[in-house]
Design a protein around this ligand. Structure first.
Ligand code: SF4
Length: 324
């Protein structure tokens, strides 16, 4: 039986702004099992990055955790002080490579100096041990050892991304979250980043990955399970194969039809974009948040929020068209 590395239960995290409360993550429950790559997809602005920061408890005003529980490898981090989380959880049990990772490296520090600071914060080891730890990890991941002694501006975008991922996993966290790791890269560099992530799992450096992207085609190459997010809520989840071959939520179907996929019927039909725009999360639509854009909307959809229900073996959908 698989164990859960991460459990999020009915999580709400909102931005309190002058314009109003942005319900960026609104009643989201999510599990990440040991050994899987979970792909989280949705359009820009649907709350994916806010959800990832919330799962890490990287929460600073104007973002607040309003409700819910987050458990990482058995530790209820939603109840912990930031100082304790920083020392005991980040980098050790769970690591996040944020969207802005390419700018995370200090321009005035060589890669090895940055690594030294990160490792020393968590464990009491000598400089020599840190250097051999970093060399070993770069070698395992096929990254040139010389790059440890370079400044960030001396690395290409793809190399920098791979170095940041390698550094984030130096202390062998069980779970790695990568937020849009391939979106700024060309196709061949994207492939190298995907291979690096697969190698991290293959060599058992990490157990599980949450891969966040707006690009469902990338997830097809790497994910075991898919979670689809729309306007601050999860609307569908299941195995990659089930969700892609038989999407149950109209939004999921729209996302799949908006990219070229190998399914013959979709190739034949061609690309179809989802009409309309994602809603403003200060004042989201009533009932199902997708109803203003949904071609199947019914009167109930405007009034009642559809629950995310298990329709079979962990396949979950939140839509009034689907019965449990
Ligand atoms: Fe469309 Fe209604 Fe389903 Fe929402 S609940 S996706 S509006 S059919």
């Amino acid at each position: 039986m698989s164990t859960l590395l991460l459990e999020a239960e009915r999580v709400k995290s909102y931005y309190h702004t002058r314009e109003g409360t942005v319900k960026a993550v609104d009643d989201v429950s999510l599990d990440v099992e040991n050994g899987i790559i979970l792909g989280l997809a949705g359009e820009s602005g649907c709350g994916k990055s806010t959800l990832m920061n919330t799962l890490m408890m990287k929460i600073r005003p104007p973002l607040y955790l309003v409700d819910g529980e987050i458990i990482v490898d058995g530790e209820r981090i939603s109840k912990m002080e930031r100082k304790e989380i920083k020392k005991k959880i980040w980098g050790v049990k769970i690591s996040l490579v944020p969207q802005s990772a390419l700018n995370a490296l200090m321009p005035t520090k060589r890669i090895i100096d940055f690594i030294r600071d990160v490792v020393k914060f968590h464990v009491d080891v000598s400089d020599g041990e840190i250097v051999s730890m970093a060399r070993k990890r770069f070698e395992e991941l096929n990254l040139p050892e010389d790059s440890l002694y370079l400044y960030p501006h001396e690395l290409s975008g793809g190399m920098k991304q791979r170095a940041v991922i390698a550094i984030s996993t130096l202390l062998n966290p069980k779970l790695l979250i990568v937020d849009e790791p391939t979106s700024a890269l060309d196709v061949s560099t994207q492939k190298r980043v995907l291979k690096l992530l697969l190698d991290l799992k293959k060599f058992k450096i990490i157990d599980s990955i949450v891969f966040v992207t707006h690009d469902i085609a990338v997830l097809r190459q790497i994910a075991d399970r898919l979670v689809i997010m729309y306007a601050g809520k999860i609307v569908e989840s299941g195995t990659l194969e089930d969700v892609l071959s038989n999407p149950k939520h109209p939004y999921t179907a729209g996302l799949i039809h908006a990219v070229i996929t190998p399914e013959p019927e979709i190739r034949k039909r061609g690309l179809v974009s989802i009409p309309g725009e994602p809603p403003n999360l200060i004042n989201p639509p009533s009932g199902c948040r997708f109803h203003p854009r949904c071609l199947h909307a019914m009167p109930i959809c405007k009034k009642v929020v559809p629950e995310l229900v298990d329709i079979s073996n962990g396949r979950k959908v939140s839509c009034h068209l689907v019965k449990a």
